[in-house]
Write a new protein. Structure first.
Length: 250
């Protein structure tokens, strides 16, 4: 868990951090010195395992349960972080779900649940932290979008729409917050080796990736760490970093 950049003394909130990409991000930011708040919705054991792993490596972390699609829960979570830590320097909006299906058969509830969590949840979390960050004139917000938000994907109209909307939200917030020293950027993973991709047919996916392999969660986490902690990222805002093996080249 070595890192060349430092967040010592800072607090980072990572949503959906109990597994997959979120877990890797939490571990990486903790390695950079941040106290990490591991948000989870419904898996306390997995979240506590991440907290324990960070602690075993010499880092600091604690967990907080909140469904980020629920306004009251988000407000309570951010309030708890600020009361306990006294500051909130980094927000990583990672929590997300899929409810895949062809549009003509997609239930309205499957559309709405994905939009509520993957897009509205980011709006709620960003709004909740914005007052403290803007007052401090410092902060870094990183939104985890997806390459399907750039290119679309059959059977994922809801997920693609949410992730495309997240790019627009990132750029709008970047424009609003820039004068107060708060940057807002996005990371767009391609196909990453996680539980969400383990059952997909590998051959057609790999054929579409110039590097010829799936990405690793740690590679996404590295991009997030750069945007969150590296001084070289201080002049970047409103950007989308694609971590996709060359899958989408524009």
């Amino acid at each position: 868990m070595a890192s060349s950049v430092h967040l010592t003394g800072q607090t980072a909130l990572v949503t959906g951090a109990s597994r997959g990409i979120g877990r890797a991000i939490a571990l990486d930011l903790a390695a950079a010195g941040a106290t990490v708040v591991v948000n989870y919705a419904s898996s306390p054991e997995a979240a506590e395992a991440v907290v324990a792993e960070i602690g075993a490596a010499g880092g600091l972390a604690w967990s907080h349960q909140a469904n980020v699609a629920e306004e009251a829960a988000v407000e309570a979570m951010v309030k708890a972080v600020l009361e306990r830590q006294g500051r909130l320097d980094v927000l990583v909006n990672n929590a997300g779900i899929t409810r895949d299906g062809l549009l003509m058969r997609m239930k309205t509830s499957d559309w709405q649940s994905v939009i509520d969590l993957n897009l509205t949840g980011v709006f709620l979390c960003t709004r909740a932290v914005s007052r403290a960050m803007l007052k401090a004139r410092s902060g870094r917000i990183i939104n985890i979008t997806s390459v399907v938000g750039l290119m679309g994907n059959a059977g994922q109209a809801n997920y693609s729409a949410a992730k495309a909307g997240l790019i627009g939200l990132t750029r709008s917030n970047a424009a609003e917050f820039a004068s107060r020293g708060v940057t807002v950027n996005a990371v767009a993973p391609g196909f990453i080796a996680t539980d969400m991709t383990k059952d997909l047919a590998a051959e057609p996916i790999l054929a579409a990736i110039p590097l010829g392999r799936l990405g690793q969660p740690e590679e996404v986490a590295g991009a997030v760490r750069f945007l969150a902690a590296d001084p070289a990222a201080a002049y970047m805002t409103g950007q989308v970093l694609q971590v996709d093996g060359g899958m989408v080249m524009r």
